[in-house]
Ligand binder design. Sequence first.
Ligand code: WTA
Length: 632
Amino acid sequence: MYNLKDLKSYTKSYKKSVENPEAFWDAIAKANFVWKRPWSRVLEWDFSLPKISWFEGAQLNITENCIDRHLEQNGNKTAILFEPNNPNESSEAITYTDLHKRVNQFANVLKSKGIQKGDRVCVYLPMIPELAIAVLACARIGAIHSVVFAGFSANALASRINDCDCKLLITSDGGYRGAKTIDLKSIVDTALLDCAGIEAVLVAKRIHTDISMVSGRDFWLQPLLESASAICEATVMDAEDPLFILYTSGSTGQPKGMVHTTAGYMVYSAYTFKNIFQYEPEDIYWCTADIGWITGHSYIVYGPLLNGATTLMFEGVPSYPDYGRFWSIVEKHKVSQFYTAPTAIRALAKQGLDLVSPYDLSSLKVLGTVGEPINEEAWHWYNDHIGKRKCPIVDTWWQTETGGIMISPIPKSFDGKPTFATLPFVGIQPALMDEKGEEIEGNSVEGRLCIKFPWPSMARTIWGNHQRYKETYFSAYDQSYFTGDGALRDENGHYRITGRVDDVIIVSGHNLGTAPIEDAINEHPKVAESAIVGYPHDIKGSALYGYITLKNSDDTNAAALKVEINQLISKHIGPIAKLDKIQFTSGLPKTRSGKIMRRILRKIASKDTSNLGDISTLLNPEVVETIMKNSL
Ligand code: WTA
């Protein structure tokens, strides 16, 4: 599966992938996977509907590709290397043979609870092996997994469960995160008060505390696994059968359940993993993301296991027991590839080198970053102090919607350049668009980033709302997928992602839509109106600034109100969406049609008020002056 070995092979493959995409992906799919039936057609597509179908007619099961086919040669190889939160607890090496057994048992437990192909199963677990195993167990029997990040609140969990009608929920008695324990089960119990569709809850034991179990609904997982058969035949899936749903924030409305299907996602996640991380069989690969996000789906679980890799899963946080933890893990397990987010790099860089230098990082070969633009300073710190200027840095740009990495350097083929995601991966055809919707040709240009041609792992729809899928991604530009990001292309044709051009704000690498946060704030009885914008933050990349108008502007207890507002946000979304700054204002700047001018608020929050543009056309230009005067 490893073909991009140098610039020549990249250039040749890229050319082929664009000139004849069908032949290109046909060859990769044939050579590297096991199929139960071949496809009749590689690709069928029409972005105006939109309809995208890859490998139509083929049948397969992705878990046979992730696990079964490695057993004969590599049964004793470690598939998942689990590093617990507490460094004094032993790590656990789960071999491919163990993984096979545990996934099969788990799949049989799901079946015994009535789960069938096509049913939706919600997974709400901390980063423990059961999370990866649950995901694979769903895939084994064709159930569609919907993993919800365990930092989300009860309300956020309930709305995701209900949106796709999950029948079963998998959770645990709790989880460890640094010095804290998280009481997951009580969050689940609150969420389920609003989820009539959940028939059963499977509960893994992790923190061994007393929790309440609802009789007839909640079941301890362990005894069920122990009595389950270790053989579960893999369900035959069609290429375009859904594999999973994963929610991501939109600029408006509720989160979107992105639907990924089986064959295309498999081919692309596997092929990108191998080539972008230059994975070799003896390597130990570590991605620090949570499986609750797309990065964890594609590059902790599926991509690595499809390649028969050893993938490290870390339960804890970079700061526990101290900020040297990541580097101690790299040394302990001799990690070869290390993939993390710019926000983590910035937080670690701030701690100084005392926490880096004690550790032997010589096993590292490739470093990666994902989730937001990486600033130049963080890039150099990563390169100098972690990679010791010997490890290529792959700055990988992609999205929940794209399923796999889209723009990234490829080690050995071409070098990275600070702040640049550089060149499109093979098969990816980016385009920059201008305000009028025309493509901007040539180099040294900037515009809105679109992709002009389908790739195998693109999301096929939004669960239950194909119209929204069409409107969000395929309506802004003719026959193009619109990413929501801005980008520039330099004189060498290399891409630099400049950030979101919509109302999505990326805080510590997490996508947050402004609308649901504003909805949560507006629930406060004293709030009349609110607007959220992002502003630059040293560690988080962006942080949240809330402008809030109260119904009674004389309300004096501002400190208490701020606490209550953040509590509401935690309740509705989760602590990740809490506001860093709250400014109470007498009004918000609005256009004559009543639309809040976020552009102005963004500039004020970013302390960039030298050029606010023309504000004379606003309904209430005077308010801008007041907001500026009182800004935080
Ligand atoms: C941003 C994460 C700059 C971008 C895989 C995108 C990046 C959003 C990069 C998707 C990068 C991701 N450089 N920006 N290397 N990677 N982004 O869905 O704005 O959580 O649209 O997927 O993160 O975030 P998501």
